[in-house]
Design a protein around this ligand. Structure first.
Ligand code: AMP
Length: 190
């Protein structure tokens, strides 16, 4: 089974994808984590994208599509994967569709975490306060507002595409973490 976890920055996508990986044996593929790994190792790609991430903007579609296309070929994705942070533009969603059908695969569910934007800003404030020195470089209020704007302008327009395919499963992302993961488990077991 292959899933997309979808929602604005700070909605809890990474947390839920991590729980699903442990519970359902699906591989979590977080493009944000992959990019942060490249930055930490100071690879050519890392150097290229560092400032883009710090500004809260999007890395180019070509780079992201190539990254995911190669990643889902790996043996650890054989049982299924959870895309966390991808696709983020309509072009990425189109490319994903083509790449999956070429590989004889498909997306089974798009789990949409529905959250309140003001609450998100509060959540990110808490994440910054709790993470101290380990804080993500893009976890600050100014960048969050930028990332929310990018989500609304470039990422949300993907939703009608998956709605037409009847793949969207809406989940109230303001519930407690355990309630959200229980609801997701119910969807996956159907
Ligand atoms: P995330 O951890 O998913 O919030 O991603 C952190 C940052 O990585 C984003 O703000 C973007 O700069 C970049 N990024 C992650 N995934 C993508 C993607 N699919 N397309 C473009 N940029 C991305």
């Amino acid at each position: 089974m292959n899933l997309i976890i979808f929602g604005p920055p700070g909605a809890g996508k990474g947390t839920q994808a991590g729980i699903m990986e442990a519970k359902h044996g699906l591989k979590q593929l977080s493009t944000g984590e992959m990019l942060r790994g490249e930055i930490a190792s100071e690879s050519d790609l890392g150097l290229k994208v560092k400032d883009i991430l710090a500004r809260g903007e999007l890395v180019s579609d070509d780079i992201m599509i190539d990254m995911i296309s190669r990643r889902i070929e790996q043996p650890d994705c054989e049982k299924g994967f959870i895309l966390d942070g991808f696709p983020r533009t309509v072009a990425q969603a189109d490319a994903l569709d083509t790449m999956l059908s070429d590989k004889g695969k498909k997306i089974d569910h798009v789990l949409l975490l529905v959250v309140d934007e003001d609450a998100l800003i509060e959540r990110i404030r808490m994440r910054i306060a709790q993470s101290g020195e380990n804080a993500r470089e893009d976890d600050n209020e100014e960048t969050l507002k930028k990332r929310l704007g990018v989500y609304n302008d470039q990422t949300k327009p993907i939703l009608p595409y998956y709605r037409d395919k009847n793949l969207i499963r809406e989940i109230d992302g303001m519930q407690a973490i355990e309630e959200i993961s229980a609801q997701i488990a119910g969807i996956l077991e159907k």
